[in-house]
Design a protein around this ligand. Sequence first.
Ligand code: ATP
Ligand code: MG
Length: 332
Amino acid sequence: RPRALSGIQPTAGSFHLGNYLGAIRQYVALQETHDAFYMVVDLHAITVPQDPAELRANTRLAAAQLLAAGLDPERCTLFIQSHVPEHAQLGWIMNCLTGFGEASRMTQFKDKSAKQGTDRATVGLFTYPILQVADILLYQANAVPVGEDQRQHIELTRDLAERFNTRFGDTFTIPAPHIVKEVAKIYDLQDPTIKMSKSASTPKGLINLLDEPKTTAKKIKSAVTDTDTVIRFDPVNKPGVSNLLTIQSTLTGKSVAELEAEYEGRMYGALKTDLADIMVDFVTPFRSRTQEYLDDPETLDSILAKGAEKARAVAAETLAATYDRVGFLPAK
Ligand code: ATP
Ligand code: MG
């Protein structure tokens, strides 16, 4: 079986609909075809200030949501990044292989540091794509399910893997991004020209999966559309309507063309009401499943402990080979 690897940050409160459609749904699907490793990336979370107690709670909450979304610990390996120290260890080696200019070209850093003020951005935020390289290469991953915003980091991963292999001999599998075009970028409900994002969206533009279902319905019903009346998929001229069609199509399995036919001659209100109902039907069981995992921390922690053990076995093997190739003297 080919390998898949992905990581998601422990967000405060809840994952959002963009995370789910762009990334987590693909995690669930790839369990069937891949030897899949998924982790909550707490090392990445501290690239911006975190309250320790909140970080711990959010890490559990993230794992609970991944399980609620359909990750099955019998069919994939789910773990917490800091439970596998090899990530930081290989991260250092990758840091020493990356050019300063090369790292400076990462647009995520430019965007995020601009938002925080360049003086307040940490070196950790600057090098986080390089830690991500280590995350992926440790598992010899073939496929990396992510949203469009992560494409550049997967390119960096490929470059560094090739560089290492050329310099030190074949060590790493060259990974490829697994990006599902239709849902690679879910847009903000209030400003459908920007991506739905936990850091850039306003509360009304962002659908949190753990919001009260009533709130979710309200946000969908007040989504920004346009002054036209036709329900047609046209991302350039009708970004708001197109975003709603994409979301409905993905959640129901109906094609966009089918939906266009279904809504012919009907008003935007009908599309929004239907989608609000669909979303409520989706988030209601998701919320209760998440709560069940949170109410049973022993089960959750034991799933994560088993996951870490499975992950470490693979990571330790890759790290040992890497240390050897680099020329580190083995400890006796
Ligand atoms: P931030 O704004 O802090 O970057 P985010 O909202 O982008 O946060 P992340 O934790 O960075 O959330 O993303 C987790 C995963 O979800 C990544 O694979 C990312 O590509 C994907 N993702 C995030 N937002 C979207 C979106 N709007 N559409 C599709 N995929 C998304
Ligand atoms: Mg992001």
